[in-house]
Design a protein around this ligand. Structure first.
Ligand code: 5GP
Ligand code: ZN
Length: 120
């Protein structure tokens, strides 16, 4: 854990957040400044700064984070309902200044709900 890192502190319970999911490796909670009606962040407990810092050892963790996205989307009413349905969601990982990353602790955004959304 990095004491200076906001997501480490949320994952450790040192800063309160409404966790919508937690297990030994991952937590998820609503974005404080939502860009869409549903905007969740999936965050590993381990401090990895960016997607570009991930190594082979992190493949299972990355898979878990991506695999969690459709489940959390479904639980928040924006799950994929097939190509004819209205449901569905966006998964997003920003990396570095060029990618618009603001918090340097790896996270997957899950966005969904009626548009328009704020640009993200
Ligand atoms: P990034 O641009 O790094 O991909 O996204 C960081 C996201 O974290 C932003 O959407 C921002 O609103 C969110 N965020 C920043 N600080 C906090 C916080 O303290 N709590 C929560 N829940 N979200 C935060
Ligand atoms: Zn961290």
């Amino acid at each position: 854990m990095s004491a200076a890192c906001i997501f480490c502190q949320i994952a450790a319970g040192a800063i309160p957040a409404k966790l919508v999911y937690e297990d030994a490796e991952v937590v998820a909670f609503p974005d404080i400044n939502p860009a869409a009606p549903v905007h969740l962040l999936i965050v590993p407990r381990v401090h990895i700064e960016t997607l570009a810092d991930c190594e082979n050892q992190h493949q299972a963790l990355l898979g878990k984070m991506m695999g969690l996205a459709p489940r959390l989307a479904r639980e928040h009413g924006v799950g994929f309902e097939g190509r004819e349905g209205a449901g569905g969601f966006k998964t997003l990982v920003n990396t570095g200044p060029g990618g618009g990353q603001e918090v340097y602790h790896l996270h997957v955004h899950v966005l969904g709900g009626p548009r328009p959304w704020k640009a993200r």
